[in-house]
Design a protein around this ligand. Structure first.
Ligand code: BG6
Length: 519
């Protein structure tokens, strides 16, 4: 298929500084669970990039908190992580000064006296470094510690100091099902007001995910056709080539539905389907998303498919099956693939199917939203010439590539040059994020950390949204848990998932798009 690449002119690019970006007030960021992977891989590199871009205040401190008795080696470890995992050049002159803002405090999450000591230490740091009273707690621990940490922060009066802004960021998974999510919300809201709570979904920090709102609402030409009159169906795929990467015990309890579909994919779906918010403010955007989720009728189990990968070949390498992964039950019934069909029952979307699929160890890494438009009412060219070289009239397709190569492409039919007959060939108009704006270093966490420090909740989940999504998926989770599928594993690693996922679409005349990624 021919492709026309769209790019930004260099003179436009020079006008794209991160202007208008606010800088947070001086404050202390306390990361609970700081010895874990997330801190080293994502959080510290994201904070460093903010620092490099002069988006952190002059006076700030990052305090890593975890059970291990670490001291200065924590800062050293974070420095090594920046270079080895964060892609930062070892000779970057800003590394030393950034690392000087990092310290460590050992703490047993269950011991109230440790929190009193932590509080005293945070006060001491704030005073010594003239930082002020603002604090942001980041819960990057295993989820079973969330409630206890919050409770202890409350008990020590660390959640609502008289002056200053105090907020808490809570990592996913937010609950394990509807009941546990409700319970956690109650525990959290007993200590922090909803305005202080930032439930993170790192998908919302991704540039192209945010760009979806700009695409829809900063352009006049798409919105008029963004509805059931023009759109035939929507597909959302989150395909990963990775397996569970040593996270067996976590994944055994999660599975694809909880890990990716119930949160990341529902956020993507909401941004595709929501009505124009009245502003880009947290309340407006979150209200519109909630309306979408509430318009989704319960999903019949017949419209769901689960899978688990067996051994196979991914990217030319032989890989083991899920049941052979480290610390995974050899008879595990956990799904590493989930696909489903759902509806959004409102005036805009009634009758338009939404197909979602997510899987590990798939053929290709691609997170993509495909909007397939209806065919023209009369296919005159196809009728006149059915035997030409390229008379395959395909429906218009808009693809929003979220990763790995971010961009937006529009497929349309064009006349094949020099063909005497009116032969039609699909071509692509392609906007490539990297080509247009240069490689972005953002990993999603930059945006979200900055917003949390600034107190902007627009890109964070509200408790109502979290509970609504659990309520939608709980019956599927229960039904799946009640019966381990006899056919697991049911797809080879390195494929597009189990055959039943194809049947889910084919039975109604649809097909998954597997030519994902940049053309
Ligand atoms: C995480 C899941 O939330 O998202 C992982 O726990 C998954 O299992 C990851 O791999 C996918 O994120 P990304 O940004 O790599 O698409």
């Amino acid at each position: 298929m021919a492709t026309v690449h769209m790019s930004v002119r260099p003179e436009d690019l020079s006008q794209l500084p991160r202007d208008g970006e606010r800088i947070p007030e001086p404050g202390v960021l306390v990361i609970f669970g700081a010895s874990g992977d997330l801190t080293k891989r994502k959080l510290i590199p994201a904070l460093f990039h903010l620092y490099q871009s002069n988006l952190l205040p002059e006076r700030f401190q990052i305090v890593g908190v975890a059970r291990r008795p670490l001291g200065d080696e924590f800062a050293g470890d974070m420095r090594a992580g920046l270079i080895e995992l964060g892609g930062v050049d070892a000779s970057d002159p800003k590394i030393d000064s950034f690392i000087s803002h990092i310290s460590y405090f050992p703490l047993n999450f269950d011991d109230p006296t440790h929190y009193a000591n932590l509080n005293a230490e945070l006060d001491r740091i704030a005073q010594e470094k003239q930082i002020g009273p603002d604090r942001l707690y980041y819960l990057a621990t295993a989820p079973e510690f969330f409630a206890g940490i919050v409770e202890n922060l409350g008990a020590q009066g660390m959640a609502r100091p008289e002056k200053g802004r105090v907020a808490v960021v809570i990592e996913k998974p937010f609950g394990h099902d509807l009941d546990s999510a409700r319970q956690l919300n109650q525990q959290v809201n007993a200590v922090f007001t909803e305005a202080q709570v930032f439930r993170i979904d790192h998908y919302l920090g991704k540039e192209t995910v945010q760009n979806l709102l700009v695409f829809r609402f900063a352009n006049g030409i798409f919105e008029p056709i963004w509805n059931r009159n023009y759109i035939d169906h929507v597909q959302i795929t989150v395909a990963e080539t990775l397996g569970v990467e040593g996270r067996g015990p976590f994944y055994e309890k999660a599975g694809a539905l909880r890990d990716v579909v119930q949160n990341h994919m529902m956020e993507l779906l909401a941004l595709v389907a929501l009505e124009p918010p009245s502003s880009f403010e947290a309340d407006s955007v979150r209200r519109e998303k909630l309306k979408v989720w509430r318009a989704i009728p319960s999903i019949p189990i017949l419209n769901t498919v689960r899978g688990q990968y067996g051994p196979g070949i991914v990217g030319g390498e032989r890989v083991i099956g899920y049941r052979d992964e480290e610390r995974v039950n050899p008879e595990s019934g956990t799904e590493t693939f989930a696909a489903l069909r759902l509806a959004v029952d409102n005036w805009r979307w009634a009758g338009v199917p939404f197909f979602l699929r997510a899987g590990k160890r798939m053929r290709k890494r691609a997170t993509e939203i495909s909007i397939l438009f209806k065919q023209p009412p009369l296919l005159i060219f196809n009728r006149m010439h059915s035997t030409g070289p390229c008379t395959d009239i395909q429906p218009n397709l808009l693809t929003i590539r979220i990763q790995p190569d971010e961009g937006i492409a529009l497929r349309f039919g064009a006349k094949v040059p020099t063909s005497a007959q009116m032969s039609v060939c699909p071509v692509n108009m392609d906007f490539d994020y990297e080509a247009a704006f240069g490689k972005s270093s953002a990993n999603g966490y930059e945006r979200l950390l900055l917003d949390a420090m600034l107190g902007d909740q627009t890109l964070f989940a509200h408790r109502d949204g979290v509970e609504t999504n659990w309520a939608l998926y709980n019956p599927i989770i229960d039904a799946w848990a009640a019966k381990t599928p006899e056919v697991f594993p049911n797809y080879f690693a390195g494929t597009w998932g189990p055959e039943c996922a194809n049947i889910l679409l084919e039975r109604d005349g649809y097909a998954w798009r597997n030519d994902l990624g940049r053309k």
